[in-house]
Ligand binder design. Structure first.
Ligand SMILES: [Zn+2]
Length: 74
């Protein structure tokens, strides 16, 4: 099973979150991502949120450099 990750830097947010999460299984990553989305971004833990997060997972490990994003210049 290959490593998977989700990188908050890819998604513009009001708080410019720079957290990236990675795990060996989709289940672990989903749990971590849901906890992060709820505690940091104030989302509700719903089946819809879990489904949406799962579509954002990528194979590999988070890049050192911040990925490209449509960030509004400060
Ligand atoms: Zn985040």
């Amino acid at each position: 099973m290959s490593r998977q990750y989700i990188d908050c830097r890819e998604f513009p947010s009001t708080m410019n979150c720079s957290v990236a999460l990675s795990a060996d299984t989709e289940g672990e990553l989903l749990d971590a991502a849901v906890q992060h989305a709820v505690s940091v971004h104030g989302h509700a833990d719903t089946p819809e949120l879990r489904k949406q997060l799962a579509t954002l997972f990528k194979t590999g490990t988070p890049p050192v450099q911040a990925p490209a994003q449509q960030k509004v210049p400060a």
